[in-house]
Design a protein around this ligand. Structure first.
Ligand code: CP
Ligand code: NVA
Length: 305
């Protein structure tokens, strides 16, 4: 692995390897603490958008592993504005051992990786959120023992989080279903890849409009914000369209009795998810958020020799 830009770039074996390593690092951390595997290593975290989980979990992951993380806010770097992406990539490569970037356009993180001589991690782009998907898969694995054969249903906007979840589900043999309103479909090219991955793994992909049909027999119901960062101007319009896709107690009751509910957070309680569900017995929202730490340790250890 040279970079971690999308789930689509990783083989099922690499993903499984990352998950096994994440589990190992998690158990080790909880029992005696992690050894300083990344002693003397530095991570630059370039943020073009706000963050709680991504920033804090990467920073703590580096600290637990004996390394160091530097936070670079949108005001400092101005990727492609104050300075070209190619120049930022080459300058940072002279100072640090790995770069994590949260960007607007996916092409920007690809461009960073093209010019950097150190590994680049996608900390969320408009197209995908692979670090999130790895933590999601870890959470599902801990709950059900494997992803193969599970029914994973995403309800809501066909966004970056949905793309990465679809791809990791399809790579690992799960049955992925999405229910979303017309006009908010997953990108066509991502779906095409999803079908290819599912065919290779024995999984499946279903694209539906009806959330009720989508959650039937679901082991996992997943949702995310109706308005992603960068789409704020559409928020009002989206609030008109998405209410039938709210994950509430009634919808959850239509799934399997052992269903778990997931959300990458931040949640907009009362919109895509109700308090009752977010704080109820099927919710795995906080273990899922914690797993960002453990999944990212695995990514960092794999990328840094
Ligand atoms: N889920 C997630 O990436 O959260 P942040 O935006 O707070 O990093
Ligand atoms: N889809 C959301 C995820 C936030 C972690 C966004 O891009 O804003």
């Amino acid at each position: 692995m040279n970079n971690f830009l999308t789930i689509a770039d990783c083989s099922p074996q690499e993903l499984q390897g990352l998950l096994d390593l994440a589990l190992e690092l998690k158990q080790e951390y909880k029992s005696q603490g992690n050894p300083p595997l990344l002693k003397g290593k530095a991570l630059a975290m370039v943020f073009q958008k706000p963050s709680l989980r991504t920033r804090v979990s990467f920073e703590m992951a580096m600290q637990h592993l004996g390394g160091h993380a530097l936070y670079l806010s949108p005001f400092e770097i101005g990727l492609g504005k104050r300075e070209s992406i190619a120049d930022v990539a080459r300058v940072l490569s002279g100072y640090v051992d790995v770069i994590m970037a949260r960007v607007f356009e996916h092409a920007h993180v690809v461009e960073l990786a093209k010019w950097a001589s150190v590994p680049v991690i996608n900390g969320l782009s408009d197209y995908s959120h692979p670090c999130q998907a790895l933590a999601d898969a870890l959470t599902i694995l801990e709950e059900f023992g494997a992803l193969k054969g599970l029914n994973i249903t995403y309800v809501g906007d066909g966004n970056n989080v949905a793309v990465s979840l679809m791809h990791i589900a399809a790579k690992l043999g799960a049955n992925f279903t999405i229910a979303n309103p017309a006009g908010y479909d997953l990108p066509e090219a991502a779906v095409k890849l999803g079908y290819e991955f599912a065919q290779a793994s024995g999984g499946s992909i279903r694209l539906l409009r009806d959330p009720h049909e989508a959650v039937r027999e679901a082991h996992v119901i997943y949702t995310d914000t109706w308005t992603s960062m960068g789409q704020e101007e559409e928020a009002e319009q989206r609030r008109q369209v998405f209410p039938p896709y709210q994950v509430n107690a009634q919808l959850v009751a239509e799934a399997r009795p052992d269903v778990i509910v997931m959300h990458c957070l931040p949640a907009h309680r009362g919109e895509e998810i109700t308090d009752e569900v977010a704080d109820g017995p099927p919710s795995r929202l906080f273990p899922q958020a914690e797993n960002r730490l453990h999944a990212q340790k695995a990514i960092l250890v794999r990328l840094l020799p």
